[in-house]
Design a protein around this ligand. Structure first.
Ligand code: 2HG
Ligand code: ZN
Length: 442
């Protein structure tokens, strides 16, 4: 590997120690950048012997403090493992190094006549390794499922220092435990993913995007449920409310999509292999309580409509590092949650401002809260307890990381957490892999 890829100069390693939002920060003991799986395995084996803790890191786009060295761990950066190989043009599969960006995988898939089923706003920096570690969801889960549903196999270095590799790409393969599925979503606590075989999906080049306005969140949620049933070619079904739209417009300088303000909005993308416009129009004609609609068929205008939704994360961060609470609600509780959560947050802390947006089809609301100190967790507690009490999950797609660690018990029983610990002990007996996230401290 050479000392050129073992970095220790403070100004060089600083960027590896802070997350994208600026809320989670630490100082890495060192940053090690292996070139391949063998080098990654050598680093893990050495750290195991020496008892050094490691935080694996991909594009550093995580939002729950799971990929930064909060306790001065060594950062194992997988970004140099950026390559695509063994593209199966007929069967629709490819193998990618852990450091390949999602955008890179999408381009490789497109070049062979396919598409990759996962898309997310951070596609230019998020890596396949990081998205496997977090089982990232994103904008197309309703159509193609989360990252775990794309995974045909992984190569990974376990905490034992042992490398496992299962990259044959068989779609049907019931030969025992699904180790790739187990590593997916384990947040770097069991193994370091070094490459993966993923399935590709047929492209749906004909697209229409609409932003639809409603007078209440309840009306938008009801419409979302109807549209899911009536539009089989639905690619994305996203949600935001007026304060977030106003902030995005203010920060980006974009004009509002409609002359009037409305309470709630859905962004709908329909994608197929022939013109999806007739199906979209028919579905919207039958949807109740629509107040206004903006439709785009050409790519630049579609991208413009998407910016109203995708612009939320950056616009909110411009106000200061937010508390990010990424929850899922059962569909029957979604509208109540959206209506009640700003009041619950304000009762807990009158300085707080609540921003709500997310993936309507999955019941996934991104509750962002600005105006409260980074270490004051009162509002986090109120939101997560309320979501779990309604039968929801405290982490829909971002993971537990450090941010949600104290609340894992809201969704997982003592027996489940004890089982997690036994799995961790088996795969990482020295406890060196991302030891300070996910599992609550003992
Ligand atoms: C999204 O859906 C991402 O845009 C980021 O998951 C969410 O910024 C967030 O809280
Ligand atoms: Zn999201």
């Amino acid at each position: 590997m050479g000392t050129g890829h073992v970095l220790t100069e403070p100004d060089v390693i600083a960027a590896y120690g802070i997350d994208w939002t600026g809320r989670f920060q630490g100082t890495p003991a060192a940053v090690i950048r292996p070139a391949d799986c063998a080098e990654a395995a050598a680093v893990v084996s050495h750290c195991k012997k020496a008892g050094f803790a490691i935080v694996p890191q991909g594009g550093n786009t995580g939002l729950v403090g799971g990929g930064v060295p909060l306790e001065g761990e060594i950062v194992l950066s997988l970004r140099r493992l950026s390559w695509v190989a063994d593209v199966d043009h007929q069967g629709g599969q490819l193998t990618a190094g852990a450091g390949t960006t999602i955008g890179g995988i999408q381009s490789a898939a497109n070049a062979s006549g396919w598409d990759y089923g996962v898309d997310l706003g951070s596609r230019g920096s998020a890596t396949i390794g990081g998205t496997i570690a977090t089982n990232a969801g994103g904008l197309q889960v309703l159509r193609h499922g989360p990252t775990r549903a794309q995974l045909l196999g992984v190569e990974a270095v376990l905490g034992t220092g042992v490398t496992i590799s299962h990259l044959g790409g068989l779609i049907k393969d019931n030969t025992g435990y699904d180790l790739g599925g187990l590593l997916c979503g384990s947040e770097g606590t069991l193994g370091v993913v070094t490459s993966a075989r993923v399935r590709l999906v047929p492209p749906n080049p004909d697209r229409v995007v609409a932003v639809v306005a409603f007078s209440s969140s309840a009306a938008a949620v009801e419409a979302a449920l109807f549209l899911r049933r009536s539009l089989p070619d639905l690619q994305s079904l996203e949600f935001f409310v007026d304060p977030g739209l106003a902030l995005v417009c203010q920060v980006t300088g974009m004009a509002r999509p409609f002359p009037d303000r409305h309470s709630a909005y859905l962004l709908i993308e329909v994608a197929g292999q022939r013109d999806p416009m007739p199906a979209m129009s028919e579905a919207l004609d039958s949807t109740h309580a629509i107040e206004d609609v903006a439709v785009a068929t050409d790519a630049p205008r579609r991208a413009q409509l998407w910016r109203y939704r995708e612009g939320h994360t950056e616009a909110i961060n411009s106000l200061g590092a937010p508390h990010k609470l990424d929850v899922t609600l059962p569909s029957q509780a979604l509208a109540d949650f959206i209506d009640q959560i700003p009041g619950i947050v304000n009762d807990a802390d009158p300085r707080a401002t609540t921003w709500l947006f997310g993936h309507a089809a999955d019941g996934n609301v991104h509750v962002n809260i600005t105006g409260v100190g980074s270490d004051d967790l009162t509002v986090d507690d109120r939101v997560l307890v309320f979501a779990a009490g309604l039968g929801g999950s405290i982490s829909a797609e971002h993971g537990i990381g450090r941010a949600k660690q104290p609340w894992l018990h809201l969704n997982r029983s003592n027996e489940e957490i004890a089982t997690f610990r036994r799995i961790k002990d088996a795969l990482d007996p020295a406890g060196i892999l991302n030891p300070n996230v996910l599992l609550p401290a003992m």
